[in-house]
Design a protein around this ligand. Structure first.
Ligand code: FES
Ligand SMILES: [Fe+2]
Length: 447
């Protein structure tokens, strides 16, 4: 049910992407957050985990979809299910560990047990507590309506009417493949998941990854300078200029650089050489030159799945509250790379983008700083500007399909993200959502 206080017309006054104007309320109001949980996280395809997190039957991983806890569990036949982590008796969490392997999920309160498919199998003292009989088949735990993998990443949706995952990823899949398909031998997960808390609304974080190529030269300048080797020629250390921004009608988006020193300053020269020299010819053969040329880049798959290209870094922004998020990250390395390359790549990404990473703490300070400005009354009144970048029709260009800008500096992808956000809050069916997206991306439409 839609919140009675927030009609579609109300919502449209908070988010006008034709004008590039946003109300600060969308990052702070509890009512808007509850609506997002229902209409976005209750319907969209959300990243659950990499398949490598749960390789064997019985392996499970405890995650969130919005604010709901979900157990992602590998079935005996190798398929994957997403179960609501909630006992149907009195609501206790069914699985408390972050991950593990099991044959059954047994509730720690009164011992109801569920199999890997979520069917209720055992109730202690059943014949005494239900003397008139009990239909256990009616009391299985909640399950996600659809769970699908795309090249090793597991996504789920609560909505049985949501389009297939490939249709949902749509034109973003070509870009996502730069991460998933670039290396001969594929990607290897280094360790498990890393998590931390950010005192900021999930959209503040997602927006940066869908869009923001402008902030590094301000926000990260001291991290860059601290990373310059002492003997480096600073004249060769100019930040990149050649790049693109991609925006999908489905709210996904990406900014990419094809030049500049960012990889040397983050993953370091050993990993950079493997990435842009040693593995480059095979990458060109696998994904083509335009995609192999992508160096530093970031993407957000709507609503909250983030990829950092060049860093082999995957994350999901867990929208656990209106003013608080958790960031969960997975680090990959090319499976066929020498051990030395793998180690230095993973360690340097942690140094840059781990919980205490040089670049991550820069970003976290900004995200939390934005949220602090929204505590008061005045800070929620004046609208924010999301108007940067060419507003006329863009791309495709010769190298990059879909709607792309010719420069990385733009807010086109942020507007695409918020357009989709508003559409999901105000449109009831996927057919309506589809039509809205098509109209927005029609030839000549202003972005
Ligand atoms: S709450 Fe789970 S068995 Fe009672
Ligand atoms: Fe950043």
């Amino acid at each position: 049910m839609r919140d009675a206080e927030l009609s579609p017309d109300d919502l449209r006054t908070l988010c006008d992407m034709d004008e590039g104007v946003l109300s600060p309320r969308i990052y702070a109001d509890e009512a808007i957050y509850r609506l997002e949980l229902d209409r976005i996280f209750g319907r969209a395809w959300v990243l659950l985990c990499p398949e490598q997190q749960i390789p064997k039957p019985g392996d499970f991983f405890n995650t969130y979809v919005g604010a709901d806890r979900v157990i992602v569990v590998r079935q005996k036949d190798g398929s994957i299910k997403g179960l609501l982590n909630q006992c149907r008796h009195r609501g206790n969490e069914l699985a408390r560990p972050d991950s593990g392997n099991t044959k059954m999920f047994t509730c720690s309160y009164h011992g109801w047990s569920y199999d890997l498919q979520g069917n209720l199998r055992n109730v202690p003292h059943e014949d005494i507590v239900f003397p008139n009989g009990f239909d256990k088949s009616a009391w299985g735990c909640g399950a996600m309506a659809q769970v699908e993998s795309y090249k090793g990443l597991v996504f789920g949706t609560w909505d049985p009417t949501a389009p297939p995952l490939e249709d949902y990823l749509a034109d973003a899949a070509w870009y996502l493949d730069i991460f998933l398909d670039r290396f001969e031998g594929g990607l290897e997960l280094m360790g498990g998941v890393n998590k931390w808390v950010i005192k900021a609304n999930w959209k503040i974080v997602a927006e940066q990854f869908v869009n923001d190529m402008l902030h590094p030269e301000q926000t990260h300048i001291s991290a860059f300078l601290a990373s310059v080797p002492p003997d480096a020629d600073l004249s060769k250390m100019q930040l990149p200029v050649t790049g693109r921004q991609f925006t999908s009608p489905h709210g996904h988006g990406m900014g990419l650089w094809t030049d500049g020193p960012i990889l040397d300053l983050t993953i370091g020269p050993v990993a950079r050489r493997y990435f842009m020299e040693e593995s480059y010819p095979a990458a060109v053969a696998r994904v083509g030159r335009a995609r192999a040329d992508v160096q530093a880049a970031h993407m957000n798959l709507f609503p909250s799945c983030v990829v950092l290209f060049g860093f082999n870094h995957l994350r999901v922004i867990q929208a656990v509250g209106p003013q608080e998020s958790e960031i969960w990250t997975w680090q990959f390395v090319p499976a066929a790379a020498p051990l030395e390359v793998k180690k230095t790549w993973a360690a340097n990404v942690q140094r840059a983008f781990g919980a205490g990473g040089l670049f991550e703490t820069d970003d976290s300070a900004v995200w939390a700083g934005i949220q602090r400005t929204l505590r008061g009354t005045m800070g929620r009144r004046l609208p924010f500007n999301v108007g940067m970048g060419d507003r006329t029709n863009q791309g495709p260009d010769a190298d990059y399909p879909g709607r792309v800008t010719q420069r990385a500096y733009s807010e086109v992808a942020a507007r695409g993200f918020y357009h989709r956000w508003l559409e999901m809050l105000t449109h009831d069916t996927w057919t309506d959502l589809d039509q809205a997206a098509k109209a927005r991306h029609a030839e000549g439409a202003r972005q």
